[in-house]
Design a protein around this ligand. Structure first.
Ligand code: TYM
Length: 350
């Protein structure tokens, strides 16, 4: 049984990277899968947040899901903190994951910076909560951008160690499921989740530096396109985007060693749902002064309906809260029996 889960943090403004790398894929996966999409507000507080802004940002990410085309009647849209099994399973996973595994996480190293002694314990344990988000639904597929790859490998490691540590007990209780991994068939309680990291937009880069990821937390607003930017802001940011002096090459191979050019062509390709080669067949040999306005027009054409719908939804917070409450209730109905199994497997409670 295939089930999709993914999450987005309600911190800062959503970017074009979040949209192309994740949210648009969430929309595409609804056609053929059962999907659960979560606003991970408990992950947000691993870094300092203003409480009122956090609540608004949570609604705003939910609005982005809906505006992009996620159907909350067919699928589940909710926020993490309303389903307490996430926190409960995360505790069990804190006791499964090893310090050494979490110490290797590059996102922790980046976010904690030099002053590690002062980072929250939650920031360190972040990936165990993420594994709990996914595995409390026994999800099999997780669409994400490239930056989450390491966290998803850790999720598999946690599932595998749990399955191994408790294999006798899982068998005794008859709670194992069979999984096919390559040519092998193994049994365990938690599936080994597959990351879904595909397409031209797995890693959208900063508009100011083609070697850095486009990020909600970059201090320069010119480095990113926010989902809620106006048409003028989008055009201005693309006009100011860093480039090199050469015209565009006529094949994707010519983008090697040209990170800024590669990024802009990749963004165009993702927005137009084309291959980079097809974009270059059209724009090869042309200067950025010609390519950038075409890219800006395309970005506005794709993003402005989403931004407009988001604004309309955010104007009625009661409606969004209703959707989140309903989603949480349906998510709990899946999560509660899984947590009950885990309690029996581990030996918690009489
Ligand atoms: P977050 O909130 O940082 O980002 C949400 C999603 O957007 C993707 N993304 C990008 N993709 C391409 N290019 C970019 N520049 C870019 N920036 C962000 C991210 O890869 C992600 O898919 N830890 C997660 C949230 C999370 C989660 C989960 C995800 C919590 N629990 C369980 C999946 C499953 C995070 O911080 O994403």
């Amino acid at each position: 049984h295939e089930r999709v889960f993914s999450g987005v943090q309600p911190t800062g403004h959503l970017t074009l990277g979040n949209y192309l790398g994740a949210i648009r894929k969430f929309v595409a996966m609804q056609e053929r899968h059962e999907c659960i999409y979560c606003v991970v507000d408990m992950h947000a507080i691993t870094m300092p947040q203003n409480p009122t802004e956090l609540i608004n940002a949570t609604r705003s990410v939910a609005a982005a899901f809906l505006a992009a085309g996620i159907d909350p009647a067919q699928h589940i849209v909710f926020n993490q903190s309303r389903v307490h099994e996430h926190a409960e399973l995360a505790w069990v996973f804190n006791c499964v994951a090893r310090m050494g595994w979490l110490n290797r996480m590059t996102q922790f190293k980046e976010k904690a910076g030099k002053d590690r002694e002062n980072a929250s314990v939650g920031l360190f344990a972040y990936p165990a909560l993420m594994a709990a988000d996914i595995l409390i639904y026994r999800a099999t597929h997780v669409p994400v951008g490239d930056d989450q790859k390491q966290h998803l490998e850790l999720t598999r490691d946690i599932a595998q160690k749990f399955n191994n540590d408790y294999s006798d007990r899982i068998a005794e209780l008859g709670l194992g499921i069979e999984m096919h991994i390559g040519r092998e068939t193994v049994s365990g309680y938690f599936p080994l989740t597959e990351p879904v990291i595909e397409g031209p937009a797995t890693r959208i880069m900063s508009l100011r530096d083609g070697t850095k990821k486009m990020s909600k937390s970059d201090p320069s607003d010119l480095s990113r396109i926010n989902l809620t930017d106006t048409a003028d802001e989008i055009a201005r940011k693309i006009r100011k985007a860093k480039t090199d002096p050469e015209p565009l090459p006529s094949e994707a191979a010519g983008l090697a060693e040209r990170p800024e050019a590669a990024n802009l062509v990749g963004i165009y390709a993702a927005l137009a749902d084309m291959e980079s080669d097809a974009v270059l067949a059209e724009f090869g040999g042309k200067a950025f002064s010609e390519f950038k306005p075409a890219l800006a027009d395309l970005a506005v054409e794709v993003l402005s309906p989403v931004a407009g719908e988001m604004r309309r939804l955010i104007a009625d917070p009661g409606h969004i809260d209703g959707i989140l409450a309903d989603g949480a209730e349906r998510a709990s109905a899946i999560a509660a029996p899984v947590m009950a199994d885990v309690r029996r497997i581990v030996g918690l409670g009489a």
